[in-house]
Design a binder for this molecule. Structure first.
Ligand SMILES: Nc1ncnc2c1ncn2[C@@H]1O[C@H](COP(=O)(O)OP(=O)(O)OP(=O)(O)O)[C@@H](O)[C@H]1O
Ligand SMILES: O=C(O)[C@H](O)COP(=O)(O)O
Length: 546
């Protein structure tokens, strides 16, 4: 008899006292299919994209959610951009400064959301209906604020011709040891905004970070990106030796209409991450207006993503930023129902916020990946050597109960693929979730679970996926993740909105060659997670209202 997926209040909850206390942390595997030479910005972080992206671009027409991110005609009354009048005495604010001050004050007064640099303290993870209702209300208020930002598409030729536009993109792409780009998705994703600005006669001053350098570090230079950027834009991008200073000023001043100047890594200055106002002012000093297209970095309140908006007007969202918000905010705030979330990945602790937030919105929640063993153990099941977070057992129980009280169909895998060790060539077998043998560890979801998940997903209209179902970097334990990727691709073809967020799930979809089959692939791992958690993104909040 085929086992059913464990539904929330599964009857196998036992007392914990007879359980062995197992806990260990599983390192991320070095992926055998990935050239060992690959390193890059994410090498220090949480992921490295495994394979070069397929040749689709982010300009693929959106499939289901009406998008605000296509270029829209300029407003009938063109926005007037101020220019400094000559010879103002130093202590008297210039006309431009006064206008800026007024403009920023008005904007702050309009912004009802809390200041991004002072996020609310994290609440207790333990759930109650009240708390969940609060999460839902907070998140809707916050999403409202995010969804109404002014788009670059509202700027026409009258606003842009001859103007210097500071464009913050997220060009944080992986490079190998030979400084070769191994995944150019983020570069391609930044092109529509830049092209639009160039077509309107603007001069683009392009800024980004790359990796997490400590001071000036040649291997984190943006220079290797120049050829690919130039190729995609069809023009010669000029590389600046720095992101602030005299040389940058000279190059910016010499830029022709329709020209692009790429600034050097903004993180070569520690002031960038500190959101230092003086540094932000220096960045802003070479430009007339600001476009933020760096969705991947929108969760950081840095000088080039947040601080700079205090010195440039207007400050608007680029097309990629708009597209990300349209999909992610659209899915969370106004999903077509039934709405399902698939949450996987290694640990419950890294996904608590996202699970809590999604429980307030979804009809179906499918859990996979390493986190399921904490749920199993919380229900009194033996988990062998599987990944368990002992201090999250209570939380897992509480999440199960919350799902039950909200009427959310919570599906945990009913069978798992277990291995005798954490290795690509491990001995493996499929066992029921209720019978994980001692000494074995679960590294993927089993075939029965895949079938049950597929049946549930077949009923949906919107699906968000964050985090792989198993250790997909090892071929032997990639079946669960591949099956989800394949099914989501098929569902997209049938009109279901499918959204993939999270670095590793995106990498898995790309590895399967299915990225261009999904409704939306987010370019932001951390940013999409924070957005789904209902956290404000400072880089978005700082932008002008529509
Ligand atoms: N059963 C398991 N045991 C141990 N690790 C697992 C298991 N299943 C999946 N993982 C690991 O989880 C990792 C991905 O988890 P993570 O939470 O980082 O996903 P993500 O949100 O998609 O990516 P990111 O956090 O980079 O944005 C993968 O490296 C995968 O090998
Ligand atoms: O790769 C990312 O998630 C973004 O570029 C942000 O990078 P960070 O995590 O180093 O701020």
């Amino acid at each position: 008899m085929r086992r059913r997926a464990a539904h929330l209040g599964i009857s196998t909850r036992h007392a914990f006292q007879n359980l062995p206390l197992l806990s260990f942390s599983v390192p991320k595997p070095s992926n055998p299919s990935r050239p060992s030479a690959i390193r890059g910005p994410r090498a220090h972080g949480r992921r490295t994209v495994l394979t070069p992206a397929p040749s689709h671009t982010q300009t693929t027409p959106y499939k289901s959610i009406p998008s605000r991110c296509q270029p829209v005609p300029p407003p009938s009354t063109p926005h007037v951009i101020g220019t400094p009048p000559p010879q103002i005495p130093p202590n008297i604010p210039s006309h431009r400064e006064l206008r800026l001050r007024l403009y920023k004050e008005n904007r702050s007064a309009r912004a009802a959301s809390p200041h991004p640099s002072k996020p609310k303290p994290s609440p207790s993870p333990l759930q109650s209906s009240d708390r969940l209702a609060q999460i839902a209300a907070d998140s809707i208020r916050f999403l409202d604020g995010m969804a109404t930002k002014r788009s670059v598409g509202t700027l026409g030729e009258a606003d842009l011709k001859g103007k210097k536009v500071f464009v913050r993109a997220d060009l944080n792409v992986p490079l190998d040891d030979a400084q070769k780009i191994t995944d150019d998705t983020r570069i391609r994703a930044s092109i529509p905004t830049i092209k639009y600005l160039l077509e309107k006669g603007a001069k683009v001053i392009l800024a980004s970070h790359l990796g997490r350098p400590k001071g000036v570090t040649p291997k984190f230079s943006l220079k290797p990106l120049v050829p690919r950027l130039s190729e995609l834009l069809g023009l010669e991008v000029v590389m600046a030796p720095d992101c602030i200073g005299e040389e940058v000023e000279k190059l910016a001043a010499a830029l022709p209409d329709g020209g692009v100047l790429l600034l050097e890594n903004v993180r070569f200055y520690k002031e960038e991450e500190k959101n230092d106002p003086e540094f932000a002012k220096k960045l802003a000093s070479v430009a007339d207006l600001y476009v933020n297209d760096a969705f991947g970095t929108a969760h950081r309140a840095h000088a080039s993503t947040e601080g700079v908006t205090k010195f440039l007007m207007p400050s608007v969202a680029g097309f990629l930023m708009q597209k990300e918000l349209d999909y992610l905010v659209g899915a969370v705030a106004n999903p077509k129902k039934p709405f399902a979330a698939i949450v996987g990945g290694s640990k419950v602790s890294s996904k608590i916020g996202v699970i809590e937030s999604l429980l307030a919105k979804v009809d179906i929640l499918i859990l996979g990946g390493g986190m399921i063993f904490t749920f199993y153990k919380a229900q009194g099941l033996a988990v062998g050597k599987s990944l368990v977070e002992e201090d999250k057992l209570e939380l897992a129980t509480s999440l199960i109960e919350t799902a039950k009280s909200k009427g959310v169909k919570l599906l945990l895998p009913t069978d798992v693929v277990v291995a005798d060790k954490f290795a690509a060539d491990a001995e493996s077998k499929i066992v029921p979730a209720t019978a994980i043998p001692d000494g074995w560890m679960g590294l993927d979801v089993g075939p029965d679970s895949i079938k049950t998940f597929a049946e549930a997903l077949d009923t949906t209209k919107t699906v968000i996926w964050n985090g792989p179902m198993g250790v997909f970097e090892f071929e032997k334990f990639a079946a669960g993740t591949d099956a989800i990727a394949k099914q989501l691709a098929e569902l997209t073809g049938k009109g279901v909105t499918t959204i993939i967020g999270g670095g590793d799930s995106v990498a898995a979809v790309e590895k399967a060659g299915l990225a261009d089959k999904m409704s939306h692939i987010s370019t932001g791992g951390g940013a999409s997670l924070e957005l789904l958690e209902g956290k404000p993104l400072p880089g978005v909040l700082a932008l002008d209202e529509a």
